[in-house]
Design a binder for this molecule. Structure first.
Ligand SMILES: [Zn+2]
Length: 260
């Protein structure tokens, strides 16, 4: 028997002797006090446990935020690649409640972890405008690229809508699911990729008109204001959409054009 254990036993015997010396009334009081003390200890333990859990959750949450921040868009002109990282989840919820207008071609890409994770888009606080960074490509080609990521599985990228040089609007991802386009704003925005014919990134008249039309419809559908419509540049500082970053007055004009 170690000395610590010996001490414990002596202490226990002393307490027992003390307890035996008490009157029945005092014994009752003594037992009640012991129970109170035990309850208090248990409460303290629980409080400590909850606090620790809270700290763990907070650390996890910050980790998720940091992870989102890191997933940068990568553009590779040779492949026409716009890559966005992000976590994936299970299959999507139901179809969007509000149907898109009939001038939007609904051609959804497959549910897959690289471009359509099926993660619910629970709130829409803004619209983010992009350019494909791949001159001369069509809306259909960009949509196919996003869909093809399911097989290639190298990078993550997608967009809710792609607008072609001819003004065609293709919807690739349902409005109640997130797309991988706007980094840390993927979780609360709708994204629009615009095709362009040359390196300047300037939108054709047709693209521009379709963009204005689509953004106006989204503003109404989600009760948004022109100031909720932002460039990818405003999220990450990336030069996207290039022409409207290099020519701020063109962007200002766009914001005027989408005022309801
Ligand atoms: Zn972009």
């Amino acid at each position: 028997m170690g000395s610590r254990e010996l001490k414990k036993n002596v202490e226990r015997a002393r307490r027992r002797a003390y307890y035996e010396s008490l009157s029945p009334e005092e014994k009752k009081e003594y037992r009640a006090r012991i129970i109170r003390e035990k309850k208090l200890k248990k409460l303290k333990r629980m409080a400590f446990g909850s606090a620790a859990l809270l700290v763990l959750m907070l650390v996890g949450f910050i980790g998720v935020l940091a992870g989102r921040g890191e997933s940068e868009e990568v553009y590779n002109p040779d492949q026409g690649v716009q890559a966005e990282g992000g976590e994936t989840q299970a299959a999507p919820a139901s179809a969007p409640a509000d149907a898109v207008p009939d001038w939007v071609v609904e051609n959804l890409i497959r549910v897959n972890r690289y471009s359509r994770p099926g993660t619910p888009l629970e709130q829409v606080n803004g619209i983010v405008i992009h350019y494909t960074g791949n001159p001369g490509t069509t809306a259909e080609q960009n949509r196919s690229y996003f869909d093809g990521l399911a097989d290639m599985g190298e990078t993550s990228a997608s967009s809710h809508f792609v607008i072609g040089i001819d003004g065609t609007v293709i919807q690739c991802v349902p409005l109640d699911e997130i797309a991988y386009a706007s980094n840390e704003r993927n979780a609360d925005t709708i994204s629009i990729e615009c095709c362009h014919s040359d390196e300047t990134g300037k939108f054709s008249e047709e693209t521009y008109d379709s963009l204005v039309r689509l953004v106006k419809w989204l503003e109404e559908a989600y009760n948004l204001e022109p100031e909720d419509v932002i460039r990818h540049y405003d999220v990450t500082g990336k030069e996207c959409p290039l022409y409207y970053v290099e020519n701020p007055e063109a962007w200002e004009q766009f914001l005027k054009d989408i005022a309801l």
